[in-house]
Design a protein. Structure first.
Length: 459
């Protein structure tokens, strides 16, 4: 086990330990600032195609407050990993090799089809990758604090979304709310928090639900109320977004919790499952008949997928015209409009979007990367699955996590949580760092199979 700076625990130095602790504390705070700055709606426009709608996020290049925090996280990652993280060999792992191959193909597509949108997309993806790798490297203690930060951010946005849904409109905090009416489903209004669309809020909330469930699971408390309260609150607000991808993600999380509750001598998964169900039920029933209206849309196939088949057909047609290197990163909607498609939207499917923007090989590699990440989560155990599954449906049914600037930043945090858990927790959900913790001189290693105290790595 290496520390965040790569020092072996057998021969630590006091100075290096101090630097590691400083980097980790700063990383936790920076992740908190990143999630908080995602709420700020003020963004400065840098570039827009001639004659394009300046409000269309799929066409413009912007800079926003969260970008400054992303730069800080990139700097911390470089301090923690530096050139070591860029060295690949056959032992790097299949997922790392697939991701590196995808990066090469995307850069080649950018070189052939250069554009401001492409440069922005590549920089944002690189920053998200650095954020994920930084979180993957921190100690279990710092990682648990990041879980708490994610739950806190989700809870604040959940309160705002619930207030909007109850009010039927924005609550009047212009610094953190987009103006304009809310989407309506039946007699219900979909809360969107500080985001431009309720499904964007849903993406944050499902990540918060997974983090809260795992936090409750690992808590040393017999009744981990703070984690359970955050889980119930986020689930309630998620219900008022009326996102079917979000509901599918929560259903997968519930399945993981129920399986774990049946297998383990631990009340935490059962308590988390109860909090999730109660929260979603309150949100779904107390704010009108929105879910009844949504369920009625499933009576015909075209309404069921909300145009996803149309989006997929558009992406496939575009890919057939540009099989080798696509239309260029970040140019999907621009290229689609040039073919005569009106009201063009992203593909709402990560592999299809990647294939259209960077070629067929990029689409194959993107699908392989998603499969590799799912396999890593599966091998990591039930807690890793609880972190991975809630957002997974959005990668093939939505566009926010990999197209929108704030969504890409959120995905970096999510990936870091999943990948860290894969390396530190076994299939039974308990920490695999007990021995390493003892070597490092820690004092809170689990003492029995039913002990849920998290093992931490100090120094």
């Amino acid at each position: 086990m290496e520390g965040i700076l790569g020092s072996p625990p057998e021969a630590p130095t006091r100075a290096r330990d101090d630097v590691e602790r400083t980097v980790e504390r700063t990383a936790v705070r920076a992740v908190g600032l990143l999630l908080a700055f995602l709420w700020l709606v003020n963004a400065r426009l840098l570039w827009l195609p001639a004659g394009a709608d300046r409000l269309d996020p799929n066409l413009r290049v912007v800079v926003q407050p969260a970008d400054g925090v992303s730069l800080v996280l990139v700097g911390l990652w470089w301090l923690a990993a530096g050139p070591r993280a860029l060295r690949l060999h056959w032992r790097s792992g299949l997922l790392a090799l697939i991701t590196a191959g995808l990066a090469v193909v995307v850069l080649a597509a950018l070189a052939v089809h250069p554009s401001p949108r492409g440069v922005e997309m590549v920089l944002r993806l690189a920053a998200a990758a650095a954020t994920a790798d930084l979180i993957r490297r921190v100690s279990t203690t710092a990682w648990t604090r990041i879980l708490a930060v994610v739950v806190a951010a989700g809870s604040v946005q959940a309160l705002l979304g619930l207030a909007q849904s109850a009010r039927g409109g924005t609550v009047g905090i212009s610094a953190v709310e987009y103006s304009g009416p809310l989407y309506r489903f039946g007699s219900s209004f979909a809360g969107r928090g500080s985001f431009g669309h309720p499904y964007h809020l849903a993406s944050l909330l499902v990540v918060a639900c997974g983090a809260a469930a795992v936090g409750a699971w690992r808590s040393p408390r017999r009744w981990p109320w703070p984690w359970l309260a955050g889980l119930a609150l986020s689930a309630a607000a998620l219900a008022t977004t009326y996102s079917r991808a979000g509901a599918l993600g929560l259903l997968a999380l519930l399945g993981v919790l129920l399986v774990a509750a049946a297998r383990a001598r631990d009340r935490a998964p059962a308590l988390a499952a109860l909090a999730l169900v109660l929260g979603f039920a309150v949100g779904g029933l107390a704010f009108g008949d929105g879910w009844v209206a949504r369920s009625s849309q499933t009576t015909n196939a075209s309404a069921l997928d909300s145009g996803r088949r149309v989006r997929a057909a558009e992406a496939i047609r575009l890919t057939r015209r540009h099989r080798l290197l696509g239309v260029g990163p970040g140019r999907y909607v621009i290229a689609l409009q040039q073919t005569g498609v009106r009201d063009a939207l992203p593909a709402h499917n990560l592999p299809l979007q990647a294939a259209a923007e960077a070629g067929v090989l990029a689409g194959v590699l993107a699908a392989a990367a998603l499969g590799g990440l799912a396999l890593r989560a599966w091998r990591g155990g039930v807690q890793a699955l609880a972190l991975f599954l809630p957002l997974a449906p959005f990668t093939v049914l939505d566009a926010y996590p990999y197209v929108f600037p704030t969504g890409i930043a959120l995905s970096g945090v999510w990936l870091g949580l999943v990948l860290h858990h894969r390396s530190s927790v076994g299939r039974d959900g308990r920490s695999a760092r007990v021995e390493e913790h003892a070597v490092a001189g820690g004092s809170s290693a689990p003492t029995a199979p039913g002990d849920r105290r998290p093992a931490t790595v100090t120094g």
